[in-house]
Design a protein around this ligand. Structure first.
Ligand code: SDX
Length: 426
Protein backbone atom coordinates (compact mmCIF):
# COMPACT_ATOMS: atom_id res chain seq x y z
CA UNK A 1 0.00 0.00 0.00
CA UNK A 2 1.20 3.59 -0.56
CA UNK A 3 0.31 7.12 0.61
CA UNK A 4 0.23 9.92 -1.94
CA UNK A 5 1.55 13.31 -0.85
CA UNK A 6 0.84 16.22 -3.16
CA UNK A 7 2.59 19.58 -2.76
CA UNK A 8 2.21 22.51 -5.12
CA UNK A 9 0.79 20.43 -7.95
CA UNK A 10 3.38 17.64 -7.79
CA UNK A 11 2.75 14.39 -5.96
CA UNK A 12 4.59 11.22 -5.09
CA UNK A 13 3.67 7.91 -3.49
CA UNK A 14 5.31 6.76 -0.28
CA UNK A 15 5.31 3.16 1.01
CA UNK A 16 3.04 2.33 3.95
CA UNK A 17 4.47 -0.33 6.26
CA UNK A 18 2.29 -2.42 8.58
CA UNK A 19 3.52 -3.71 11.92
CA UNK A 20 2.42 -6.97 13.55
CA UNK A 21 -0.04 -4.91 15.57
CA UNK A 22 -0.79 -1.18 15.95
CA UNK A 23 -0.71 1.80 13.59
CA UNK A 24 0.87 1.52 10.14
CA UNK A 25 3.64 3.97 9.21
CA UNK A 26 4.15 6.12 6.12
CA UNK A 27 7.78 5.80 5.04
CA UNK A 28 8.73 9.40 4.21
CA UNK A 29 12.48 8.89 3.93
CA UNK A 30 12.36 10.15 0.32
CA UNK A 31 10.08 13.14 1.07
CA UNK A 32 12.86 15.76 1.32
CA UNK A 33 14.54 14.45 -1.84
CA UNK A 34 11.23 14.55 -3.73
CA UNK A 35 9.80 17.83 -2.41
CA UNK A 36 12.62 19.81 -0.77
CA UNK A 37 10.35 19.89 2.30
CA UNK A 38 10.59 18.36 5.80
CA UNK A 39 7.80 17.00 7.95
CA UNK A 40 7.16 19.09 11.07
CA UNK A 41 6.34 17.27 14.29
CA UNK A 42 7.63 18.96 17.50
CA UNK A 43 7.52 16.40 20.33
CA UNK A 44 7.24 13.61 17.74
CA UNK A 45 3.50 13.20 18.38
CA UNK A 46 2.98 11.47 15.00
CA UNK A 47 6.46 10.15 14.30
CA UNK A 48 7.82 6.61 14.50
CA UNK A 49 11.58 6.87 15.04
CA UNK A 50 12.41 3.21 14.56
CA UNK A 51 11.15 -0.33 14.12
CA UNK A 52 11.09 -2.37 17.34
CA UNK A 53 9.97 -5.79 18.60
CA UNK A 54 10.37 -5.14 22.31
CA UNK A 55 7.35 -3.27 23.70
CA UNK A 56 3.92 -2.45 22.31
CA UNK A 57 1.49 0.09 23.81
CA UNK A 58 -2.12 0.56 22.76
CA UNK A 59 -2.85 3.92 24.39
CA UNK A 60 -6.57 3.87 23.63
CA UNK A 61 -7.10 0.44 25.14
CA UNK A 62 -4.57 0.85 27.97
CA UNK A 63 -2.56 -2.16 26.78
CA UNK A 64 1.18 -2.70 27.46
CA UNK A 65 2.97 -5.78 26.10
CA UNK A 66 6.60 -6.77 26.56
CA UNK A 67 7.59 -9.15 23.72
CA UNK A 68 3.83 -9.89 23.52
CA UNK A 69 3.27 -10.64 27.22
CA UNK A 70 0.74 -8.34 29.00
CA UNK A 71 2.28 -6.25 31.77
CA UNK A 72 -0.42 -7.38 34.21
CA UNK A 73 0.65 -11.04 33.80
CA UNK A 74 4.35 -10.23 34.06
CA UNK A 75 3.80 -8.12 37.18
CA UNK A 76 1.73 -10.88 38.78
CA UNK A 77 3.71 -13.99 37.76
CA UNK A 78 7.24 -13.03 36.69
CA UNK A 79 10.30 -11.48 38.36
CA UNK A 80 12.24 -8.38 37.36
CA UNK A 81 15.32 -10.42 36.43
CA UNK A 82 13.19 -12.71 34.24
CA UNK A 83 11.59 -9.66 32.56
CA UNK A 84 15.10 -8.29 31.96
CA UNK A 85 15.96 -11.57 30.19
CA UNK A 86 12.72 -11.36 28.19
CA UNK A 87 13.35 -7.77 27.06
CA UNK A 88 16.95 -8.53 26.07
CA UNK A 89 16.47 -11.94 24.45
CA UNK A 90 12.89 -11.88 23.12
CA UNK A 91 11.46 -14.91 24.95
CA UNK A 92 10.96 -16.08 28.52
CA UNK A 93 13.92 -18.20 29.70
CA UNK A 94 13.70 -21.91 30.48
CA UNK A 95 15.09 -23.00 33.83
CA UNK A 96 18.66 -23.40 32.52
CA UNK A 97 18.61 -20.06 30.71
CA UNK A 98 17.13 -18.39 33.80
CA UNK A 99 19.80 -19.83 36.11
CA UNK A 100 22.62 -18.92 33.69
CA UNK A 101 21.33 -15.34 33.35
CA UNK A 102 21.02 -14.95 37.12
CA UNK A 103 24.58 -16.28 37.54
CA UNK A 104 25.91 -13.88 34.85
CA UNK A 105 24.20 -10.87 36.42
CA UNK A 106 25.32 -11.68 39.96
CA UNK A 107 28.92 -11.96 38.71
CA UNK A 108 28.80 -8.23 37.88
CA UNK A 109 27.05 -6.73 40.91
CA UNK A 110 30.22 -5.24 42.43
CA UNK A 111 31.63 -1.96 41.10
CA UNK A 112 35.34 -1.11 40.70
CA UNK A 113 36.58 -0.14 44.15
CA UNK A 114 37.81 3.22 42.85
CA UNK A 115 34.29 4.10 41.76
CA UNK A 116 33.41 4.56 45.43
CA UNK A 117 35.74 7.57 45.52
CA UNK A 118 33.53 9.37 42.97
CA UNK A 119 30.83 9.68 45.63
CA UNK A 120 33.19 11.58 47.92
CA UNK A 121 33.26 14.37 45.34
CA UNK A 122 29.54 15.09 45.77
CA UNK A 123 27.88 17.07 48.56
CA UNK A 124 26.01 14.76 50.91
CA UNK A 125 22.79 16.50 49.89
CA UNK A 126 23.39 16.01 46.16
CA UNK A 127 20.28 14.70 44.41
CA UNK A 128 20.72 10.94 43.79
CA UNK A 129 19.96 11.50 40.10
CA UNK A 130 22.90 13.94 39.88
CA UNK A 131 25.07 11.18 41.35
CA UNK A 132 23.60 8.52 39.03
CA UNK A 133 24.28 10.66 35.95
CA UNK A 134 27.89 11.14 36.98
CA UNK A 135 28.74 7.68 38.25
CA UNK A 136 27.05 5.73 35.44
CA UNK A 137 28.77 7.86 32.83
CA UNK A 138 32.05 7.23 34.65
CA UNK A 139 31.65 3.45 34.22
CA UNK A 140 33.05 3.91 30.71
CA UNK A 141 36.29 5.02 32.36
CA UNK A 142 36.62 1.63 34.03
CA UNK A 143 35.27 -1.04 31.73
CA UNK A 144 37.33 -0.61 28.57
CA UNK A 145 36.80 -4.30 27.77
CA UNK A 146 33.11 -3.67 27.05
CA UNK A 147 33.01 -0.37 25.18
CA UNK A 148 33.65 -1.69 21.65
CA UNK A 149 30.07 -1.35 20.38
CA UNK A 150 30.86 -3.34 17.21
CA UNK A 151 31.78 -6.47 19.17
CA UNK A 152 28.59 -8.38 20.08
CA UNK A 153 30.36 -10.10 22.98
CA UNK A 154 31.41 -6.74 24.47
CA UNK A 155 27.89 -5.35 23.95
CA UNK A 156 26.48 -8.31 25.90
CA UNK A 157 28.95 -7.86 28.76
CA UNK A 158 28.13 -4.14 28.92
CA UNK A 159 24.40 -4.98 29.11
CA UNK A 160 24.98 -7.44 31.95
CA UNK A 161 27.25 -4.98 33.78
CA UNK A 162 24.69 -2.18 33.59
CA UNK A 163 21.76 -4.33 34.74
CA UNK A 164 23.88 -5.76 37.56
CA UNK A 165 25.52 -2.56 38.77
CA UNK A 166 22.60 -0.15 38.77
CA UNK A 167 21.26 -1.45 42.13
CA UNK A 168 24.74 -1.18 43.66
CA UNK A 169 25.24 2.36 42.32
CA UNK A 170 21.76 3.49 43.41
CA UNK A 171 22.17 1.97 46.88
CA UNK A 172 25.55 3.70 47.23
CA UNK A 173 23.92 7.02 46.30
CA UNK A 174 21.41 6.55 49.12
CA UNK A 175 24.05 5.43 51.64
CA UNK A 176 26.21 8.43 50.79
CA UNK A 177 23.27 10.79 51.33
CA UNK A 178 22.65 9.44 54.85
CA UNK A 179 26.32 9.18 55.80
CA UNK A 180 26.29 5.41 56.23
CA UNK A 181 28.99 3.05 54.88
CA UNK A 182 28.48 1.30 51.54
CA UNK A 183 27.56 -2.39 51.73
CA UNK A 184 28.97 -4.83 49.18
CA UNK A 185 26.45 -6.96 47.25
CA UNK A 186 25.48 -10.35 48.69
CA UNK A 187 24.90 -12.58 45.68
CA UNK A 188 23.08 -15.21 47.71
CA UNK A 189 20.11 -12.82 47.70
CA UNK A 190 17.62 -12.11 44.90
CA UNK A 191 18.29 -9.16 42.60
CA UNK A 192 15.82 -6.98 44.51
CA UNK A 193 16.69 -8.44 47.91
CA UNK A 194 20.34 -7.62 47.25
CA UNK A 195 19.36 -4.03 46.49
CA UNK A 196 17.22 -3.74 49.63
CA UNK A 197 20.08 -4.99 51.81
CA UNK A 198 22.65 -2.67 50.19
CA UNK A 199 20.23 0.22 50.73
CA UNK A 200 18.80 -0.36 54.20
CA UNK A 201 21.29 -2.80 55.74
CA UNK A 202 24.21 -1.75 57.96
CA UNK A 203 27.50 -3.59 58.68
CA UNK A 204 26.66 -3.66 62.39
CA UNK A 205 23.89 -6.22 62.13
CA UNK A 206 22.25 -8.73 59.78
CA UNK A 207 19.55 -7.32 57.47
CA UNK A 208 16.31 -9.29 57.40
CA UNK A 209 14.48 -8.92 54.08
CA UNK A 210 10.72 -8.47 54.39
CA UNK A 211 9.24 -10.67 51.61
CA UNK A 212 6.27 -8.33 51.19
CA UNK A 213 8.61 -5.43 50.56
CA UNK A 214 10.88 -7.51 48.29
CA UNK A 215 7.88 -8.63 46.23
CA UNK A 216 6.37 -5.12 46.01
CA UNK A 217 9.66 -3.54 44.93
CA UNK A 218 10.33 -6.29 42.39
CA UNK A 219 6.83 -5.64 40.97
CA UNK A 220 7.60 -1.91 40.82
CA UNK A 221 10.81 -2.67 38.92
CA UNK A 222 8.88 -4.84 36.44
CA UNK A 223 6.33 -2.05 35.88
CA UNK A 224 9.12 0.45 35.13
CA UNK A 225 11.31 -1.79 32.97
CA UNK A 226 10.48 -0.53 29.47
CA UNK A 227 7.94 1.60 27.68
CA UNK A 228 8.49 1.82 23.91
CA UNK A 229 10.10 5.02 22.55
CA UNK A 230 9.56 7.35 25.54
CA UNK A 231 11.74 10.43 25.95
CA UNK A 232 14.60 8.76 27.84
CA UNK A 233 14.64 5.67 25.63
CA UNK A 234 14.73 7.92 22.57
CA UNK A 235 17.63 9.76 24.21
CA UNK A 236 19.52 6.51 24.70
CA UNK A 237 18.88 5.53 21.08
CA UNK A 238 19.96 8.95 19.78
CA UNK A 239 23.14 8.88 21.86
CA UNK A 240 23.82 5.33 20.69
CA UNK A 241 23.27 6.27 17.05
CA UNK A 242 26.44 8.37 17.15
CA UNK A 243 28.43 5.32 18.31
CA UNK A 244 28.73 6.44 21.94
CA UNK A 245 29.54 3.63 24.36
CA UNK A 246 26.62 2.02 26.24
CA UNK A 247 27.58 3.48 29.63
CA UNK A 248 27.50 7.02 28.19
CA UNK A 249 24.17 6.29 26.47
CA UNK A 250 22.56 5.09 29.71
CA UNK A 251 23.90 8.17 31.52
CA UNK A 252 22.16 10.28 28.86
CA UNK A 253 18.94 8.35 29.46
CA UNK A 254 19.23 8.97 33.21
CA UNK A 255 19.59 12.71 32.59
CA UNK A 256 16.45 12.78 30.44
CA UNK A 257 14.43 10.63 32.83
CA UNK A 258 15.12 13.11 35.66
CA UNK A 259 12.71 15.69 34.24
CA UNK A 260 9.42 16.12 36.17
CA UNK A 261 7.43 15.65 32.96
CA UNK A 262 8.97 12.17 32.70
CA UNK A 263 10.55 9.98 35.36
CA UNK A 264 10.84 12.83 37.84
CA UNK A 265 7.04 12.82 38.11
CA UNK A 266 7.02 10.07 40.76
CA UNK A 267 8.92 12.34 43.16
CA UNK A 268 6.79 15.36 42.13
CA UNK A 269 3.52 13.41 42.47
CA UNK A 270 4.12 12.41 46.08
CA UNK A 271 5.25 15.94 46.94
CA UNK A 272 2.07 17.26 45.31
CA UNK A 273 -0.10 14.80 47.26
CA UNK A 274 1.63 15.78 50.50
CA UNK A 275 1.16 19.48 49.66
CA UNK A 276 -2.56 18.92 49.02
CA UNK A 277 -2.61 17.16 52.39
CA UNK A 278 -6.33 16.81 52.99
CA UNK A 279 -9.10 15.70 50.55
CA UNK A 280 -10.97 18.98 51.14
CA UNK A 281 -8.12 20.82 49.43
CA UNK A 282 -8.42 18.76 46.23
CA UNK A 283 -10.88 21.08 44.40
CA UNK A 284 -8.38 23.96 44.71
CA UNK A 285 -5.64 21.91 43.03
CA UNK A 286 -7.91 20.48 40.36
CA UNK A 287 -8.96 24.05 39.52
CA UNK A 288 -5.30 25.06 39.28
CA UNK A 289 -4.54 22.10 37.00
CA UNK A 290 -7.32 23.24 34.66
CA UNK A 291 -6.27 26.88 34.66
CA UNK A 292 -4.33 27.67 31.48
CA UNK A 293 -2.64 30.61 33.21
CA UNK A 294 -1.35 28.38 36.00
CA UNK A 295 1.69 26.20 35.11
CA UNK A 296 0.62 23.69 37.78
CA UNK A 297 -0.29 20.25 36.46
CA UNK A 298 -1.49 17.19 38.34
CA UNK A 299 1.72 15.20 38.64
CA UNK A 300 1.24 11.51 37.90
CA UNK A 301 -1.65 12.36 35.57
CA UNK A 302 -1.79 12.39 31.78
CA UNK A 303 0.31 10.64 29.18
CA UNK A 304 1.41 11.17 25.59
CA UNK A 305 0.28 7.69 24.58
CA UNK A 306 -2.25 6.44 27.14
CA UNK A 307 -5.66 8.03 26.53
CA UNK A 308 -7.03 5.42 28.90
CA UNK A 309 -5.95 4.23 32.31
CA UNK A 310 -2.19 3.39 32.38
CA UNK A 311 -2.22 -0.36 33.09
CA UNK A 312 0.81 0.07 35.33
CA UNK A 313 -1.08 2.57 37.48
CA UNK A 314 -3.86 0.03 37.93
CA UNK A 315 -1.41 -2.57 39.26
CA UNK A 316 0.34 0.02 41.46
CA UNK A 317 -2.94 1.37 42.81
CA UNK A 318 -3.93 -2.10 43.98
CA UNK A 319 -0.42 -2.83 45.29
CA UNK A 320 -0.40 0.39 47.33
CA UNK A 321 -3.35 -0.73 49.44
CA UNK A 322 -1.94 -4.25 49.87
CA UNK A 323 1.57 -3.12 50.85
CA UNK A 324 0.41 -0.47 53.32
CA UNK A 325 -2.10 -2.86 54.90
CA UNK A 326 0.49 -5.64 55.15
CA UNK A 327 3.09 -3.32 56.62
CA UNK A 328 0.48 -1.90 58.98
CA UNK A 329 1.09 1.59 57.63
CA UNK A 330 -1.73 4.09 57.47
CA UNK A 331 -0.72 6.91 55.11
CA UNK A 332 -3.37 9.63 54.63
CA UNK A 333 -1.69 10.45 51.33
CA UNK A 334 -3.19 7.26 49.87
CA UNK A 335 -6.68 8.48 50.77
CA UNK A 336 -5.88 11.83 49.20
CA UNK A 337 -4.64 10.07 46.05
CA UNK A 338 -7.78 7.95 45.80
CA UNK A 339 -10.04 10.99 46.24
CA UNK A 340 -8.01 13.07 43.78
CA UNK A 341 -8.30 10.29 41.21
CA UNK A 342 -12.07 10.07 41.80
CA UNK A 343 -12.58 13.83 41.48
CA UNK A 344 -10.37 14.20 38.41
CA UNK A 345 -11.86 11.25 36.56
CA UNK A 346 -15.35 12.68 37.01
CA UNK A 347 -14.32 16.17 35.84
CA UNK A 348 -15.15 17.14 32.23
CA UNK A 349 -11.70 18.70 31.67
CA UNK A 350 -9.90 15.42 32.45
CA UNK A 351 -12.52 13.34 30.66
CA UNK A 352 -12.36 15.45 27.49
CA UNK A 353 -8.54 15.51 27.47
CA UNK A 354 -8.42 11.79 28.39
CA UNK A 355 -6.17 12.38 31.37
CA UNK A 356 -5.78 9.37 33.66
CA UNK A 357 -3.35 8.42 36.43
CA UNK A 358 -0.04 7.19 35.01
CA UNK A 359 2.73 4.98 36.39
CA UNK A 360 3.97 7.79 38.63
CA UNK A 361 0.75 8.48 40.50
CA UNK A 362 0.80 5.66 43.06
CA UNK A 363 4.40 4.41 42.92
CA UNK A 364 5.71 7.01 45.35
CA UNK A 365 3.22 6.02 48.04
CA UNK A 366 4.57 2.47 48.01
CA UNK A 367 8.21 3.56 47.81
CA UNK A 368 7.69 5.92 50.74
CA UNK A 369 6.06 3.11 52.77
CA UNK A 370 9.09 0.92 52.06
CA UNK A 371 11.32 3.66 53.45
CA UNK A 372 12.78 5.46 50.43
CA UNK A 373 13.05 9.25 50.56
CA UNK A 374 11.30 11.00 47.61
CA UNK A 375 14.72 11.99 46.25
CA UNK A 376 15.43 8.30 45.54
CA UNK A 377 12.22 7.66 43.59
CA UNK A 378 13.54 8.60 40.15
CA UNK A 379 16.81 6.78 40.82
CA UNK A 380 14.71 3.64 41.36
CA UNK A 381 12.90 4.35 38.09
CA UNK A 382 16.32 4.63 36.38
CA UNK A 383 17.48 1.37 38.00
CA UNK A 384 14.53 -0.49 36.50
CA UNK A 385 14.44 1.34 33.16
CA UNK A 386 18.12 0.57 32.52
CA UNK A 387 16.97 -2.89 31.43
CA UNK A 388 14.62 -1.41 28.83
CA UNK A 389 17.12 1.19 27.73
CA UNK A 390 19.86 -1.40 27.17
CA UNK A 391 17.49 -3.77 25.37
CA UNK A 392 16.44 -0.93 23.04
CA UNK A 393 20.08 0.12 22.55
CA UNK A 394 21.02 -3.47 21.67
CA UNK A 395 18.13 -3.70 19.19
CA UNK A 396 19.29 -0.48 17.55
CA UNK A 397 22.92 -1.65 17.38
CA UNK A 398 21.77 -4.83 15.63
CA UNK A 399 19.53 -2.91 13.17
CA UNK A 400 21.22 -2.84 9.76
CA UNK A 401 19.19 0.25 8.81
CA UNK A 402 20.26 2.31 11.79
CA UNK A 403 22.18 5.52 11.12
CA UNK A 404 23.02 8.59 13.18
CA UNK A 405 19.87 10.41 14.26
CA UNK A 406 19.91 13.96 12.90
CA UNK A 407 16.52 15.76 12.73
CA UNK A 408 16.08 18.96 10.67
CA UNK A 409 14.09 22.12 11.56
CA UNK A 410 11.74 24.86 10.43
CA UNK A 411 14.08 27.88 10.42
CA UNK A 412 12.41 31.21 11.30
CA UNK A 413 15.50 33.23 12.21
CA UNK A 414 17.25 36.00 10.27
CA UNK A 415 18.13 35.60 6.62
CA UNK A 416 21.75 36.38 5.53
CA UNK A 417 23.07 39.78 6.80
CA UNK A 418 26.56 41.40 6.91
CA UNK A 419 28.63 41.81 10.06
CA UNK A 420 28.61 45.36 11.52
CA UNK A 421 31.78 46.40 13.41
CA UNK A 422 31.17 47.35 17.05
CA UNK A 423 32.04 51.01 16.51
CA UNK A 424 29.28 51.27 13.90
CA UNK A 425 26.49 49.71 15.97
CA UNK A 426 23.79 51.97 17.44
C1 SDX B 1 6.24 9.04 32.26
O1 SDX B 1 6.33 8.44 27.33
C2 SDX B 1 6.30 7.52 28.28
O2 SDX B 1 6.06 6.37 28.02
C3 SDX B 1 6.66 8.01 29.66
C4 SDX B 1 6.51 7.02 30.80
C5 SDX B 1 7.48 5.85 30.68
O3 SDX B 1 7.22 4.79 31.26
O4 SDX B 1 8.57 6.06 30.08
O5 SDX B 1 5.19 6.50 30.82
C6 SDX B 1 6.80 7.66 32.15
O6 SDX B 1 6.93 9.97 31.94
C7 SDX B 1 4.80 9.21 32.67
C8 SDX B 1 4.36 10.72 32.64
C9 SDX B 1 4.86 11.36 33.94
N1 SDX B 1 4.59 12.83 33.91
C10 SDX B 1 3.65 13.40 34.66
O7 SDX B 1 2.84 12.79 35.36
C11 SDX B 1 3.66 14.93 34.59
C12 SDX B 1 2.23 15.45 34.40
N2 SDX B 1 1.77 15.07 33.05
C13 SDX B 1 1.94 16.05 31.99
O8 SDX B 1 3.09 16.85 32.09
C14 SDX B 1 1.65 15.46 30.61
O9 SDX B 1 0.51 14.73 30.74
C15 SDX B 1 2.71 14.62 29.91
C16 SDX B 1 4.02 15.28 29.84
C17 SDX B 1 2.87 13.31 30.61
C18 SDX B 1 2.21 14.34 28.50
O10 SDX B 1 2.20 15.55 27.85
P1 SDX B 1 1.75 15.66 26.31
O11 SDX B 1 1.54 14.35 25.69
O12 SDX B 1 2.69 16.61 25.62
O13 SDX B 1 0.34 16.25 26.42
P2 SDX B 1 0.03 17.77 26.58
O14 SDX B 1 0.98 18.38 27.56
O15 SDX B 1 -0.07 18.37 25.22
O16 SDX B 1 -1.39 17.70 27.27
C19 SDX B 1 -2.56 17.64 26.49
C20 SDX B 1 -3.52 18.58 27.22
C21 SDX B 1 -2.93 19.97 27.46
O17 SDX B 1 -4.02 20.87 27.47
P3 SDX B 1 -4.32 21.71 26.08
O18 SDX B 1 -3.00 22.38 25.68
O19 SDX B 1 -4.77 20.66 25.09
O20 SDX B 1 -5.37 22.68 26.47
O21 SDX B 1 -3.79 18.04 28.53
C22 SDX B 1 -3.34 18.96 29.53
C23 SDX B 1 -2.38 19.92 28.85
O22 SDX B 1 -2.41 21.18 29.51
N3 SDX B 1 -2.65 18.16 30.55
C24 SDX B 1 -2.79 18.30 31.85
C25 SDX B 1 -1.98 17.31 32.42
N4 SDX B 1 -1.38 16.62 31.47
C26 SDX B 1 -1.80 17.14 30.30
N5 SDX B 1 -3.51 19.18 32.59
C27 SDX B 1 -3.41 19.04 33.94
N6 SDX B 1 -2.65 18.10 34.58
C28 SDX B 1 -1.93 17.23 33.85
N7 SDX B 1 -1.19 16.31 34.46
Amino acid sequence: MTATISVNGSSADYPVHAGSVGPEVIDIRKLYGNTGRFTYDPGFTSTASCESKITYIDGDQGVLLHRGYPIEQLAEQSSFLEVAYLLLNGDLPNQQEHDEFKYLITRHTMVHEQLATFYRGFRRDAHPMAIMCGVVGALSAFYHDSTDIHDPKQRTIACHRLIAKMPTIAAMAYKYSVGQPFLYPDNSLSYTGNFLRMTFGVPAEPYVINPVVEDALDKIFILHADHEQNASTSTVRLAGSSGANPFACIAAGIACLWGPAHGGANEAALEMLREIGRPERIPEYVARAKNKDDPFRLMGFGHRVYKNYDPRAKVLGAAATKVLDTLGISDPVLDTARELERVALSDDYFIEKKLYPNVDFYSGIILSAIGFPTSMFTALFALARTTGWIAQWTEMMEDQDQKIGRPRQLYTGHGPRDYVPLAQRG
